[in-house]
Write a new protein. Structure first.
Length: 125
């Protein structure tokens, strides 16, 4: 199969993440190829966008699974993706952290996060 450079990049990303998440990378890549031809900006006739064409129904199903809290991988993955979204939206860790927590607890929460970040950085040195 002849893929253009961007498709190869997407394929490689899917394969790497699929392996980390315990999903068959060949299956995941094949699904993405059918859904979007590995195109990150593809839009379906129903309005779904992206490599996997995730619909609001699929996202709701994922959220319901996460809310069971019986699968830590789903919980961690969704949490990381949400942090990534907040960082992209708010442009700094501090602003993203403030958006993550309850508004009435922002100062306390931000101080705690900064304290833990400092402790983790020291521990990794």
């Amino acid at each position: 199969m002849n893929l253009i450079h961007k498709q190869m990049e997407v394929k490689t990303t899917i394969e790497r993440l699929a392996i980390q998440l315990g999903v068959n990378p060949t299956w995941a890549t094949a699904i993405a190829m059918v859904e979007s031809s590995l195109g990150v900006h593809q839009m379906s006739s129903t309005g779904c966008v992206g490599v996997f064409q995730m619909s609001s129904i699929a996202m709701k199903d994922l959220y319901q699974e996460m809310s069971k809290v019986d699968d830590e991988l789903v919980d961690i993955t969704c949490g990381l993706l949400f942090l990534r979204l907040l960082l992209k939206r708010h442009k700094s860790i501090e602003a993203a952290t403030s958006a993550y927590c309850d508004p009435k607890d922002r100062s306390f929460y931000l101080d705690k996060v900064k304290s833990y970040m400092k402790a983790f950085e020291l521990k990794s040195d």
